[in-house]
Design a protein around this ligand. Structure first.
Ligand code: AMP
Ligand code: MG
Length: 420
């Protein structure tokens, strides 16, 4: 049996980052930049005011106080987006709004709060004179041209994952489009005679196809396109027909049909028509795992992961083996889920002799992470996944672990409610 690490290494070895595409900025979130971004503009373009106030020569404010204001002549008002044609000379000031360029001659901005602006009866309207109540220093409340981004500067490097803050940086550099690694199209196929599509009545002995939905949504959450192929029945014709629809995908995921049962035909057909290896991975849940390639259109070769049919095994296998592969195809280099050390709040057993990933609720209290199991851990009990935000890792060689011992917990979700 392979270890989790050995199986993952073989899968990662067989996939590579996809080609690139140029997309509108707002579509690029979660994708990896495929070009260095050099700014063609200064951000901000000119020295500008960080406050609503008065642009002054700081020397004119020295010694100012509430009892002894420095009175300056107001020669202009300038709003964000406009440029004042006036020059601030000794004894004068320009009323200025946040973001407006600082006029020539001025070297500081005194905010309204430090002037008599608010005390005046006609406050809010420009007056001919202003009283400065506080001395300013050179550069006060002035944002320098290019302080955020200088023209010619490389602001983002190829390989960076685009988050909202990168989108903002790209927008401020004027980029409407960016070149990024393409998102994988992932074909998702369920197999089984017992499966019923949602929206249909459920005859005796049948079950709804949950894997298709669970896996397709994991694909989407990873930032890929799910091409949902539906259900293949446990016969050659049905499977071959469905696989035909996967020929344009970048990766194929099937669920079910890889264990050793009589009707587990996926492995036989793929073994015959493609390049396919079946592994037993030393992990619970998720021991049976198939990995190979099917022939795509135009001679392409499409990686295929055959996940176990049990609903929990299938989702856990996705997290362990498929997600890292998809992230690599998306051009990412860090493909691991975040992990924390957590104190067990339950006793756990490992009678499988394999690496166990139990579903758990991870919480943080007084700076320490704790892990509580979500109840029955059967590999078909999908609600155990729905209740969990993490998986605790019980090592292969440990037969039991006790309450109070520290385990590694792989975080499935890391959201706001977690940091309670
Ligand atoms: P298999 O690997 O095909 O032998 O399936 C193992 C178990 O997982 C069986 O109990 C199946 O009924 C169940 N199973 C397989 N595919 C799905 C699916 N798409 N949705 C829900 N359960 C499934
Ligand atoms: Mg089956």
């Amino acid at each position: 049996m392979l270890t989790v690490e050995e199986a993952l290494a073989k899968i990662l070895e067989a996939v590579a980052p996809l080609d690139t595409e140029t997309v509108p900025l707002l579509e690029a979130q979660g994708q990896v930049l495929a070009e260095d971004i050099v700014s063609t503009v200064n951000v901000p373009p000119l020295d500008n005011s960080a406050m609503d106030g008065y642009a002054v020569r700081y020397e004119d404010t020295l010694g100012a106080s509430g009892l002894s204001p420095r009175i300056l002549e107001v020669i202009d008002t300038v709003m964000a987006g406009a440029v004042s044609g006036k020059t601030v000379t000794p004894g004068t000031a320009v009323r200025i709004m946040t973001g407006a360029p600082v006029p020539a001659g001025a070297d500081a901005v005194v905010p309204f709060e430090d002037t008599d602006e608010m005390q005046r009866a006609d406050k809010g309207t420009p007056a001919a004179r202003v009283g400065i109540l506080q001395p300013a220093k050179a550069g006060d409340n002035v944002r320098r041209a290019g302080e955020s981004v200088a023209r010619g500067e490389t602001v983002l490097r190829a390989g960076t994952t685009i988050r909202p803050s990168e989108i903002g940086v790209l927008a401020s550099a004027g980029r409407a489009e960016v070149t990024v690694v393409r998102r994988p199209v992932v074909a998702v196929l369920s197999t089984g005679d017992e499966l019923v599509e949602l929206g249909q009545p459920l005859p005796e002995g049948k079950i709804y196809d949950s894997n298709l939905y669970g896996i397709a949504s994991l694909v989407q959450r990873t930032g890929c396109f799910a091409s949902v192929l539906g259900i293949a029945r446990d016969n050659e014709q049905s499977i071959v027909e469905k696989l035909e629809q996967a020929r344009d995908a970048d990766l194929l995921i099937t669920t079910g049909g890889v264990s050793m049962g009589d009707y587990d035909m996926v492995k036989d057909i793929l073994d015959r028509d493609g390049e396919m290896v079946f592994w037993k991975v030393r992990v619970k849940p998720g021991k049976p795992l198939a990995f190979g390639k099917i022939k795509g259109r135009d001679g392409r070769s499409i990686p295929h992961l055959g996940l176990p049919g049990n609903a929990v095994s299938c989702m856990v296998s996705f997290e362990l083996f498929v997600r890292p592969a998809l992230l690599k195809m998306m051009g990412k280099t860090n493909v691991a889920k975040p992990t924390v050390d957590a104190v067990l709040e339950d006793n756990v057993k490992n009678n499988a002799g394999r690496r166990v990933y139990d579903r758990a609720v991870i919480t943080r209290r007084n700076g320490t992470y704790y892990a509580r199991l979500t109840g029955p851990q059967g590999s078909g009990i999908l609600t155990s996944m729905a209740l969990a935000n993490g998986l605790v890792l019980i090592p292969e060689e440990k037969l039991t672990m006790s309450k109070g011992e520290t385990v590694k917990a792989l975080m499935l979700d890391w959201n706001e409610s977690f940091n309670l």
